[in-house]
Design a protein around this ligand. Structure first.
Ligand SMILES: [Ca+2]
Length: 310
């Protein structure tokens, strides 16, 4: 009996443990099953002629569901832009049109996907339009609905009104030359590679160290060349890009001698670089070396990098 009792107690105990595990798993599964419809975006702009600005939205699906509709400057029943945008464009697989419900309503831009929505975690650009409304105006409130920001935006997982939607704001960019979702992805292809380093080097060679200012339509500079986000095209941008491409195990000196880095400088230069550009590149490299030494001495590298080198 005693033994039987012990077995019963053990079995009961195992049952309790099993029950606890099952209950815990159910909770975790329920937590995982909760879908999050969410997005974030930035409105980039370039100044054109005649007071026209070219606007381009970069949007990221920051939730766990897809994005099939992007409706800028809108909530159900209300459109917030003061003027009807022109020169509408859309990424491949998306259709675009302006929405407006009458004289007492503003305007909005609706993009709807028709070939495969934006997946969770992915980013997409190319949602663009032109307008004579300035970035400062688009940063403010609607003239049609006081107190509501023009930047108010909605997404839906599929077609418009296909679910509850998610409301957020897409404001004009404050870092006009920096990739908002991956600062080192200069060419915005979703990867951080030698190609990004090459773009920074090319830009330094072609344009020199300079203040970037407001982008203009037709500018030949890469849109996201300012990896540091300080509004300058400088060797600091090159330092940022090289550090990432070289990887965590590279020492400062090895990084400078990295085949990819040297190759980029050699092959990225304009066909016949002038003495001035060579001087600039040399200066940039010296500044880069100095910055690297400072970072090394002051142990600014992340702890895990130091651990991997030792
Ligand atoms: Ca890239």
């Amino acid at each position: 009996m005693k033994s039987h009792c012990c077995c019963s107690a053990a079995a009961w105990s195992r049952g309790l443990v099993s029950f606890t595990i099952v209950a815990t798993s159910t909770v975790v599964m329920n937590q995982r099953a909760v879908a999050v419809e969410q997005a974030m975006g930035v409105l980039f702009y370039q100044q054109g002629s005649g007071g026209v600005f070219h606007y381009d939205i970069d949007v990221k699906d920051s939730g766990t569901t897809s994005v099939g509709t992007l409706w800028y400057s809108w909530v159900p029943g209300k459109d917030f832009l003061g003027l009807s945008p022109t020169n509408l464009a859309a990424p491949a697989g998306w259709q675009v049109h302006v929405t407006n419900t009458g004289a007492n309503d503003g305007f909005a831009v609706q993009w709807v996907n028709n070939s495969g929505p934006l997946a969770a975690g992915q980013t997409l650009s190319g949602f663009s339009f032109d307008s004579t409304e300035t970035p400062a105006v688009l940063m403010g409130n609607s003239q049609f609905f006081s107190g509501t920001p023009i930047s108010t935006t909605f997404i839906y997982g599929g077609a418009p009104f296909s679910d509850a939607g998610f409301q957020f704001n897409i404001d004009p960019a404050t870092r006009l030359w920096q990739n908002p979702f991956a600062a080192l992805d200069v060419n915005n292809d979703g990867l951080i590679t030698q190609a990004d380093v090459n773009l920074v080097v090319n830009s330094l060679v072609a344009s020199g160290i300079r203040t970037l200012g407001i982008p203009t339509v037709g500018s030949t500079l890469p849109r996201f060349v300012d990896t540091t986000g300080d509004g300058l095209l400088s060797p600091g941008d090159l330092l940022d890009a090289l550090n990432q491409v070289d990887g965590p195990a590279a020492s400062p000196s090895a990084a400078l001698g990295h085949p990819l880095a040297r190759g980029s400088i050699a092959t990225a230069a304009v066909p016949e670089p002038s003495g001035a550009t060579l001087l600039l590149l040399g200066g940039a490299t010296l500044v880069l070396e100095r910055l690297r030494r400072v970072r090394n001495v002051t142990s600014l590298r992340r702890p895990e990098r130091t651990a991997r080198r030792s």
